[in-house]
Design a binder for this molecule. Structure first.
Ligand SMILES: [Cu+2]
Length: 265
């Protein structure tokens, strides 16, 4: 379904059933559109004024139209209860355990994406609202906390290892934003006061996607999918999917940078 509908290229394992559902919904709606359109044309001709100068007060006697409507209803219920709801439940109810996944915090704000990794200790350290500094510490990380010392942060750049479950814990500092990555078939609102897990397994690295598209500049883009203020249009982030070894190398470099003494501090 992905190709003939010209959907964005697919880069996660869960995307195919979603694309199939979108495809089937479109096919069914096309059948309905043609069916109802043909019925309207037939009725316009069949009951034209020249053939029926006087209204018929009895109306239709056959039950044909009721059966057709019943059939449409049944197909719609099947689409909803047999396909859409189970597919949605599989996405939101069966989040893999955090011990088996790669967990990253993604905090939206007007108008940026703050990414935070737990570092080698795999623990997210304390944060304190009093420590928030929009220039140097936008998340208010308490670096005195041993668990927070190795927490790596980036701005608008989400690096992920390929082929393993990723849990993105979505938050917002101010208004409702939305984390949307079309190639991942993922879109979830970030709501102030809530931490919402979004999970997926990216299975095409950025390099592979560049080769596939023949575009050496291709980037997976995080588009804020909720109108969140005047700077909404520039609230862009990028996802770089790396092979696991390369991701580890990237992470080691960030951790080393963090441990090095900062001459400006
Ligand atoms: Cu936004």
């Amino acid at each position: 379904m992905t190709e003939w509908m010209r959907l964005p290229a697919l880069a996660t394992t869960h995307g195919q059933p979603i694309d199939n559902l979108i495809g089937w919904t479109h096919i069914f709606m096309l059948v309905l559109f043609v069916g109802w359109g043909a019925f309207l044309a037939y009725v316009l001709l069949r009951f034209r004024k020249s053939r029926h100068p006087v209204a018929n007060y009895t109306g239709v006697k056959s039950h044909m139209s009721s059966y057709v409507e019943g059939g449409v209803l049944v197909v719609e219920l099947v689409l909803l209860f047999a396909f859409s709801i189970p597919l949605w439940a599989a996405r939101v109810d069966h989040v893999p355990p955090e011990t088996e996944a790669f967990v990253v915090h993604l905090t939206a704000e007007q108008f940026a994406w703050n990414v935070r990794y737990p570092g080698p200790d795999k623990k997210f350290g304390k944060t304190d609202i009093k420590l928030i500094d929009t220039q140097v510490n936008p998340l208010g990380i308490d670096r005195e906390d041993p668990a927070a010392k190795d927490d790596v942060t980036t701005l608008n750049q989400l690096y992920l290892p390929a082929n393993r479950p990723i849990i993105v814990k979505l938050r917002s500092k101010d208004v409702i934003h939305s984390f949307g990555v079309p190639e991942f078939r993922v879109k979830q609102d970030a709501i102030p006061g809530l931490t919402i897990p979004v999970w997926f397994i990216p299975n095409v690295t950025t390099e592979e996607m560049r080769a596939r598209k023949g575009n050496p500049n291709f980037q997976y883009e995080i588009a804020c999918a909720q109108l969140c203020g005047l700077g909404h249009y520039r609230m862009r982030g990028f996802v770089t999917v790396l092979p696991p070894e390369e991701f580890q190398k990237w992470m080691d470099e960030r951790v080393a940078e963090l441990a090095a003494p900062d001459p400006f501090r």
